[in-house]
Design a protein. Structure first.
Length: 221
């Protein structure tokens, strides 16, 4: 295998000549460690990566290596076999710039039984969609377009709530707070990132204050 070089291939050929199985296994483990050092950027302690190294070792030995390895040797038939084709995403998205996850959020809002929670979810989705729209279209969008898109994507099942929220507008404080509360809710994984950002801002604010105090102290001194 070219990625390891001719020196590694010579060492593998030498291991094949060792008669004692215990000694041969010991050298095979050392060989795997050497292979790890050759590609430090790919170094990983995961099982998948270790299995790949052992598979490569067996391949370089032309599947003749007989050692007590932690993984079974690959079959020669698997070498050079074309990977299976990944099925293309068959979701027919009506609004591709919003993505599949927004559609799933809308389905989640439709399934929500509590009216207040349903409103919070729709407010969150609307602000999220507006952000996506601006990202992909590089231009501002009227709130009415977002509300209309939600109606179409929900087949008007969220129409009553959309009409109520649209009277306040996406920039309204109440809608913004509802969306923010939904974003910070435990079921939304992004809330962890939001908390990290808040901690960063707090720490950055403290460090700036400390720097300002030090600068004022030097000037006064």
């Amino acid at each position: 295998m070219k990625e390891y070089g001719s020196s590694v291939q010579k060492l593998v050929n030498y291991i094949l000549t060792i008669a004692d199985e215990e000694q041969r296994t010991k050298y095979a483990y050392l060989m795997v460690e050497v292979m790890k050092q050759i590609h430090p950027n790919m170094k990983d302690n995961s099982q998948d990566y270790s299995k790949k190294l052992w598979d490569d070792l067996y391949i370089m030995s032309n599947f003749e290596l007989n050692v007590q390895s932690p993984f079974p040797p690959p079959s020669p038939e698997s070498l050079g076999k074309a990977p299976r084709k990944v099925a293309y995403n068959q979701h027919n998205l009506k609004f591709k710039h919003y993505g599949r996850n927004v559609e799933l959020l809308i389905l989640r809002a439709i399934a929500e039984e509590k009216e207040d929670d349903k409103k919070i979810l729709v407010a969150y989705i609307a602000r999220l969609m507006k952000g996506f729209y601006v990202t992909w279209n590089k231009e501002s969008v009227d709130d009415a377009v977002i509300w209309q898109n939600i109606k179409e994507m929900s087949e008007n099942l969220l129409g009553t709530i959309v009409d109520e929220l649209s009277q306040e507008g996406l920039g309204h404080a109440k809608v913004a707070n509802n969306a923010r509360n939904a974003y910070n809710a435990p079921e939304y994984p992004n809330s962890n990132n939001n908390n990290r950002n808040n901690n960063y801002r707090k720490n950055n604010f403290r460090s700036n204050n400390n720097n300002n105090r030090n600068n004022n102290f030097r000037k006064n001194k």
